[in-house]
Design a protein around this ligand. Structure first.
Ligand code: FE
Length: 188
């Protein structure tokens, strides 16, 4: 599925009704909380947009509530990037593509990171390839998009607060439109 703006907007609005796999909040709440964390930390529009849309692949793939428990990895980071390709450039898409790898990286290099993950996140880690070992971690650290992907990962981890109030979807879609089809640094 390749999304246009209206398809993206309705997918996100419908996501208010689907649970964020294994957590106690909806996919839309998780998306808005992620974007709000990015905005709070002064991230550029592209990275706020990546935070908003990092789990769109779950929605495109129609992730079931029991997928994790059933041992299914829907490879949502790849599905999401493929669906968003017409709307955004690498400054938005690369951090989304790498946010699962960034979790594996942080588990490998940061003491205590793994222990602080939510139960659902720990469960999916095993399906996603497990803790990253040294040679791969060193390679990942050299990726030009690693810093953005790691920042996104931390907002993702933080964005699981039940009942938190955030700005609405319209606010973040306005930011997303600013980030559309900009290459890193070119139009910002
Ligand atoms: Fe997420």
């Amino acid at each position: 599925m390749i999304l246009d703006w209206s398809g993206l907007e309705s997918l996100l609005r419908d996501a208010g009704h689907s649970l964020y796999g294994g957590e106690a909040i909806s996919q839309l709440e998780h998306a808005l909380q992620s974007a709000e964390c990015a905005e709070r930390d002064g991230a550029p529009a592209a990275l706020i947009t990546a935070a908003l849309l990092h789990d769109v692949g779950h929605l495109v793939a129609g992730q079931g509530d029991d997928d994790l428990a059933d041992g299914i990895d829907d490879r949502h980071e790849q599905t999401g990037v493929a669906a968003l390709r017409e709307l955004f450039g690498d400054d938005v898409l690369a951090p989304i593509a790498l946010h699962v790898t960034a979790k594996r990286y942080l588990c490998g290099v940061e003491p205590g990171y793994l222990a602080d993950l939510s139960e659902a996140s720990r469960l999916s880690l095993a399906l996603q390839g497990g803790v990253m070992a040294e040679p791969e971690a060193e390679r990942f650290g050299r990726n030009p998009h690693a810093v953005a992907a790691i920042a996104l990962r931390r907002w993702d981890d933080e964005a699981k607060v039940v009942g938190k109030t955030t700005p609405g979807l319209d606010h973040y879609l306005t930011i997303a439109r600013r980030a559309a089809h900009t290459r890193a640094g070119a139009l910002q």
